[in-house]
Design a protein. Structure first.
Length: 301
């Protein structure tokens, strides 16, 4: 069984490396979307293997909401320095300051949706013709509609009904000026595949993924980390709990889970027993049944 799992992950690795090399071959100026989360870390690791001994032929692009976990930013900067990559950071705060977007107000305010404009502006400013993302088809139902090469029009919009066929893994990256593609090398991976690959490759990760003590507040079923951007309201009570985070996005909408998993083996066992997807901890995805798909149509990751 162990040999089967290893062969399965190796097949996924080979497929992802093929997609990465196709991206480098078909596009003039691709960028790898890098958040400091496990999927983008795995993508960067795969890119290093795909083009070794040369450097990664992609710039790394991070859309920073300004509400990231400090541990994530520290890891991002250290990781980028270690692999010798070039990092471009696009700040949502800049989009707010320029009047490009209007910040939400209230207890449930989040900057996640605002990232779309910041991302599209960064793609236009740097003339990126492809953006590599770590989306997987098991994350959320809208993800399952994507191709490996996902076309975006000159407004950055995605048309789920007008995607190009990819028979026999033949990818069509042709595009007009102003258009670009989103590319998803991990499309056929699951959360379990990612964790098994991380263990086998001994990939370093931010500490947030592992169990630790943290002050949290239970806000409508999401255990949000108390911070400068997540403040305890008069009708709420915070408490210190042993948690870890399955995703490590914006602090205002990324919930933790009660967990005692302190090692990769513990996490793999926990994921195997989980009955909720990792994005089930993201409060912004619960705003409506089609929240993710609506954002993707507008140009979201």
């Amino acid at each position: 069984m162990r040999s089967y799992k290893l062969n399965h992950v190796r097949q996924l690795e080979s497929e992802a490396i093929f997609v990465l090399r196709e991206t480098a071959a078909q596009f003039d100026r691709p960028a790898l979307l890098f958040s400091g989360g496990k999927d983008s870390i795995v993508m960067a690791h795969l890119a290093r293997k795909a083009f070794h001994p040369a450097r990664i032929p992609f710039m790394l692009l991070h859309v920073d909401t300004g509400h990231n976990f400090p541990e994530t930013i520290e890891f991002r900067d250290r990781f980028v320095k270690e692999i010798g990559a070039s990092l471009v950071v696009a700040y949502v705060q800049d989009s707010i300051d320029k009047g490009r977007v209007v910040e939400e107000q209230g207890i449930h305010a989040s900057r996640n949706k605002l990232q779309t404009v910041t991302l599209l502006d960064a793609i236009e400013t740097h003339q990126f013709d492809a953006a590599l993302g770590g989306g997987r088809r098991d994350e959320e139902k809208a993800r399952a509609k994507e191709r490996f090469f996902s076309h975006r029009n000159d407004f950055g919009e995605w048309d789920p009904k007008g995607q190009r066929p990819e028979l026999w893994n033949l990818f069509n990256g042709r595009h007009h000026h102003g258009e670009h593609f989103r590319v998803f090398p991990l499309s056929n991976w699951t959360e379990m595949d990612v964790w098994q690959y991380i263990k086998h490759e001994a990939i370093d990760l931010p500490s947030l993924y592992f169990s630790h003590r943290r002050e949290v507040v239970d806000r409508h079923g999401s255990l949000l980390a108390v911070s400068d951007v997540v403040r305890v309201q008069p009708d709420e009570t915070s408490e210190e709990r042993t948690v870890r985070f399955r995703t490590i996005g914006d602090m205002t909408c990324t919930g933790g889970v009660d967990s005692a998993a302190t090692s990769l083996d513990d996490i793999i066992a926990e994921v195997a027993a989980a009955r909720e997807t990792e994005r089930g901890t993201r409060s912004d995805d619960k705003r409506s049944e089609s929240a993710m798909e609506d954002r993707k149509k507008e140009g979201y990751f």
